[in-house]
Design a protein around this ligand. Structure first.
Ligand code: TXA
Ligand code: MG
Length: 318
């Protein structure tokens, strides 16, 4: 494994690794992805192996243009057009009918495929140069915090990846929003595109976030995105003084008193900035091996929904 900068030469080398069936970790505007040729079942199998991910879990396929979208989706329903127009390239994943060419391992045997066109220039260039759609989950071991920097990938998955493209910290810091277009549009995972923005185009959107009779989306599993340190959502004054002294605190805006270490997500109270810092701050707190981390609730509007969703899932213990 090598961590390399995102110069044209390195991107070309990474594209070659993808074409030859290898694994490349690459930056997107949301989080780092762990990519393989989406049309090659054994290459995709390596992703599951590297992440130790249960195979019921379907992956997102990343495309660079419309022609590539049509290689992986059997059909693009007309109601999708205005969404692609507005949000692509960008952090909106669309669940569409799957084309024959996509192997079952990518979609866990589902008749649908999740597709997005990432907005990061390195991701787009990598896909273009590979000339292939790239299947890529977030580049973290299953259930653990998502990576927003190349170092996170190196630390968590280094040995299992052929090449890591280092494009610096990611812009959004939370994953894409996942939208299923059935008879009605349904959000399956809150993410970087806020619900309000989707509703401004689609009208009312149904929510099926966290419903998991059959966990179609692992982001819907009750415990996910979790640090190793036990974590709880609590306002500072809800944490007993004695516990504060030895605990870490993930604060939204202000620094509370009495904690061993505090990370502030956004001093100005900006939810977008808070989302971008969320996983990085959790990685930092988790690394200290403290007995506990507490996280302050943020307003549940706009990107605050995705933040609270990730925090709640990180706190569930089964
Ligand atoms: O921002 C992102 O979406 C990042 C970057 C790398 O693009 N990727 C990401 O992938 O978050 P992953 O694998 O960690 O999450 C993908 C989610 C999974 O929860 C998966 O179950 C869901 O997409 N998914 C994939 N195919 C699906 C399908 N056909 N129907 C419903 N959900 C699907
Ligand atoms: Mg993930």
């Amino acid at each position: 494994m090598a961590v390399v900068p995102t110069t044209p030469r390195e991107i070309e080398q990474a594209a070659r690794v993808i074409r030859e069936g290898g694994l490349v970790a690459f930056p997107t505007e949301t989080v780092y992805g762990l990519g393989a040729n989406a049309l090659d079942a054994s290459a995709v199998a390596r992703i599951f192996e590297a992440k130790r991910r249960p195979s019921f879990d379907p992956l997102i396929v990343h495309v660079a243009d419309r022609a590539m979208l049509l290689r992986v989706a059997r059909e693009v329903p007309p109601q999708v057009e205005p969404l692609m127009e507005k949000f692509w390239p960008g952090p909106l994943t669309l669940v569409l009918p799957k084309a024959e060419a996509v192997p079952g391992i990518v979609t866990s045997g589902l008749p649908t495929v999740a597709v997005r066109m990432p907005a990061h220039p390195v991701a787009l260039e990598l896909i273009r140069q590979a000339g292939l759609p790239i299947a890529a989950p977030s580049a973290n071991p299953f259930g653990y915090l998502s990576p927003t920097r190349a170092e996170h990938v190196e630390r968590m998955l280094g040995e299992a990846v052929d090449l890591i493209l280092d494009g610096g910290p990611t812009r959004y810091g939370v994953e894409s929003t996942i939208l299923l277009l059935a008879e009605k549009p349904v959000v399956l995972r809150h993410g970087a595109i806020p619900l309000e923005e989707l509703e401004s185009i689609l009208g009312r959107v149904e929510l099926r976030v966290g419903e998991s009779v059959r966990p179609l989306v692992p982001g819907q599993l009750p415990q996910h995105y979790a640090p190793r340190t036990p974590i709880q959502v609590a306002r500072p004054d809800e944490v007993p003084k004695e516990l504060r002294k030895q605990s870490g605190y993930l604060a939204f805006q202000d620094v509370p008193k009495g904690f061993k270490l505090v990370k502030v997500l956004s001093p100005t109270g900006d939810l977008r900035e808070a989302a971008a810092h969320l996983f990085e701050a959790l990685h930092q707190l988790d690394r200290l091996g403290l007995p506990a981390i507490y996280a302050e609730p943020v307003p549940e509007e706009g990107l605050g929904r995705a933040i609270m969703d990730r925090l709640r899932r990180a706190t569930v213990k089964d």
